[in-house]
Design a protein around this ligand. Structure first.
Ligand code: SAM
Length: 204
């Protein structure tokens, strides 16, 4: 996975590559998908949702440039796989998932692996998590129609927000940085994610 899916496609961040080599992806999929856990594609995790393709997870983490001192917010916990990677890379991860069943499974997988710097909440992540804001970095794993204003507001000055933005059929993965309180868009990569369902996302 590391050589053929990540290095050959240009992922270079050593911390991201090390974290991806360490986190056992098979612990975040159902037994029936274990044999395919390291394949080059997303896999079903229940509730009509997916664990993202390894490459797209690595790309998002590379764009986020998380440091070990950072407090980060993740929207769309899903299986908890990317949450585990963020836990390896940062000081603390707050992660929000709208499906309670997925949040519970992710929580169990993360506890089994011994992660203690993770807080998972069930709710509408499009509104962020104001009680713990501001964040050094925010990563959104579901597609938003526009940049969700609450998430930008909860980003620290100089912080980085990685979010897929666009119509439900296809989006651009955007890197938005907060500079003097304003959003600066610096990267746009074509992608396709499940929709962000919520007040500042798409309607259910
Ligand atoms: N990165 C995840 C992983 O490693 O398994 C995959 C995330 S999956 C592509 C997107 C997730 O976003 C789904 O689990 C979905 O339920 C969740 N989601 C969609 N809208 C949401 C919202 N408003 N708040 C929180 N989670 C949301």
């Amino acid at each position: 996975m590391i050589d053929t899916q990540l290095l050959q496609r240009g992922i270079r961040d050593e911390r991201v590559l090390t974290a991806m080599a360490r986190v056992p992806r098979h612990e975040f999929v159902a037994d029936s998908y274990r044999a395919q856990a390291y394949d080059d594609n997303p896999l079903p995790i229940g509730e009509g949702q997916t664990i993202s393709q390894p490459y797209i997870v690595a790309l998002m983490l590379e764009m986020l440039e998380v440091s070990e001192e950072d407090i980060v917010l993740e929207i769309g916990t899903g299986s908890g796989y990317q949450t585990a990677l963020l836990a390896q890379l940062s000081r603390h991860v707050y992660s929000i998932e709208r499906h309670a069943t997925l949040a519970a499974k992710a929580q169990a997988a993360l506890a089994k692996l011994g992660y203690t710097n993770v807080t998972i909440e069930v709710g509408d992540g499009s509104k962020g998590l104001s009680a713990h804001a501001p964040f050094d970095g925010i990563v959104v794993s579901a597609a938003a129609p526009d940049l969700p204003p609450a998430l930008f507001e909860q980003l620290k000055e100089g912080g980085r927000l990685v979010v897929p933005v666009g119509p439900t059929e296809a989006q651009f993965l955007q890197l938005v940085t907060k500079k003097e309180g304003k959003p600066v868009l610096s990267e746009q990569i074509p992608c396709r994610f499940v929709p962000l369902i919520g007040e500042q996302g798409y309607r259910a």
